[in-house]
Design a protein around this ligand. Sequence first.
Ligand SMILES: [Zn+2]
Length: 315
Amino acid sequence: MEKNIENYMPGCVELYDVDRNDNLQKHSDLLQQCIQENTLSPIAEKAPDFWDFPEQLYLDEIRDVMEADGLLAEYEKNEDKFIEWLHDHDTSSPAEKLLKNTGNTVFFYFLDLVDGHSCDPELKEKILRKIKKVLKPKNSNDTDSELQYMIDEASDGGELRIYFTATVSDLIDEAKDFQTISFKGKCCVAIVDSSDGTGADCTVELNLDLPFSRENLFIDKCVRYSYTYDICDMPDDWCKRTSFQLSHSPLKKKTAFPVSKNGAYLKQQAEYAKTFKNGGCTLNDMNITRHQNVEYINEFPCGFKCLSCGTSWNN
Ligand SMILES: [Zn+2]
């Protein structure tokens, strides 16, 4: 940039102004991507897109001063260069600030699948034994009644999960991934069916060390029917009593744990969203807002149909 123009550039540039109310709570898919990939870089890449034209204030100021000096034509000729210069000299860190403002998020750790029981006493007893084998609860008599209550309420079965709150940064170590996750003390345990939107929870005293797998770690808001918000409409801190620790040391005894199907579900949702963003849509994506050409068909079987891909929603 020419010397005479450089004088008009600001001394300090902070392009992205993060207000204390700005956070990533509404971007749980982005947070889940960070969790799955053990990196905060998706936030750093995406954060600048949240501002439409961050250079505007600085450009207005430069323009006004140059115009007063009779250099308006010079300003207009160089505007693109000014934008580039502003980005090169930007010292704001929107990703870190947004992440800090986001605070705690509700997570769950998937443990195993639990069958439904249709109130059959034998099945309920079998489920109780299975859950105790997974959780190895500390205090058996008290916990039996807690667990029995949860099993009774969650008659459809679903995923056995431990719920807790944490910041996304708590669960990321870009240098070296964790190998063990431990839950000690009173923990919030739940059986949840996220495809049907049913479930129940209870509190159990645990002393549990588990192999840490990112395939089993989820932000509750990301699954189809989240237990906290969609099923129970609970506050963000309902499971804050669960305390967890992460460690880089592996467990001495290797145990195999099943993998949650939520990962595959989220991956498919991300593919549907990407196809839609690129101007297409996908047969059997039941989210009606992700279709290109939906019309109401007034002939049997009546209902909405996407004329682009053929997905139909019958009444
Ligand atoms: Zn479609």
